[in-house]
Design a protein around this ligand. Structure first.
Ligand SMILES: Cc1cc2nc3c(=O)[nH]c(=O)nc-3n(C[C@H](O)[C@H](O)[C@H](O)COP(=O)(O)O)c2cc1C
Length: 169
C-alpha cells in the first residue's frame, strides 16, 4: 500500500495534485484592485498572512491570465474576506458567469479605504494593501502586500471552499 502511494506521488500529474488540493479548505476572498479608472476583482483562496510586523499578506495570482496584469501594475490590492452569505458574490467574481467588471461590482456594496482598491463594505475583514514584492513562480505570481488599512466587519461564519463546493465554518 505504501509503495503504491509513493509511486502515485512520484508521478508529475497535475490532476492528482489538483485532487489533493481539492481537500484543502480555503477561506474565499475577493482580491480587488483599481488602476487608471479600471477595477478588477476575482475570487481567490490562495491568500494568507505573511507577518504581523509589519502587517503583511500575500495572494497568488495566475499571470497566464492577461487580465491579472492590472494587479502587477497598480501597486495596490485589497483582500476582502467573505462570509457564508457571500456565496453568490463569490460566484460572480469566479469568472464562471463571464460577467463584466461593472456587472461583478454591481453585486455587493463597495467603497475604498486608503489605497483606492475596492473594499467590500460587509466583508468579515478587508486588508487594504500596498504591493511590496512580487515573486513569479511557474504559472502564478506571489504578490506580497503591506497592510495600509484594515476594516473589521461582523463576525459572520466564513465562506470556505473545499471538495469543489462551498462550506462554512
Ligand atoms: C474558489 C475559487 C478559488 C480561486 N482561487 C484563485 C487563486 O487563488 N488565484 C487565482 O489566480 N485564481 C483563483 N481562482 C480563479 C479566479 O477566480 C478566476 O480565474 C478568475 O475570476 C478568472 O476569470 P476572469 O479572468 O474572468 O476574472 C479561484 C476561483 C474559485 C472559484
Amino acid at each position: 500500500m505504501l509503495k503504491r502511494n509513493l509511486a502515485e506521488l512520484s508521478v508529475a500529474d497535475g490532476k492528482l495534485y489538483r485532487d489533493a488540493m481539492a481537500r484543502y479548505a480555503g477561506h474565499v476572498q475577493l482580491v480587488t484592485t483599481a488602476f487608471n479608472g479600471e477595477r478588477r476583482g476575482l475570487a481567490v483562496t490562495a491568500a494568507c498572512s505573511v507577518s504581523d510586523s509589519p502587517p503583511t499578506v500575500l495572494v497568488c495570482l495566475n499571470h497566464h491570465n492577461e487580465k491579472n496584469r492590472i494587479f502587477f501594475e497598480s501597486g495596490i490590492f485589497a483582500l476582502n474576506s467573505l462570509a457564508f452569505h457571500h456565496q453568490a458574490l463569490s460566484h460572480a467574481f469566479s469568472g464562471l458567469e463571464k460577467l463584466t467588471m461593472d456587472e461583478r461590482f454591481g453585486h455587493g456594496n463597495w467603497d475604498t479605504l486608503v489605497t483606492g482598491a475596492p473594499a467590500l463594505v460587509d466583508a468579515i475583514a478587508t486588508y487594504d494593501c500596498r504591493v511590496v514584492n512580487m515573486i513569479p513562480q511557474s504559472t502564478h505570481t506571489i504578490v506580497v502586500g503591506e497592510v495600509a488599512a484594515l476594516r473589521l466587519g461582523g463576525q459572520n461564519p466564513a465562506l470556505v471552499y473545499m471538495d469543489r463546493s462551498y462550506r462554512t465554518l
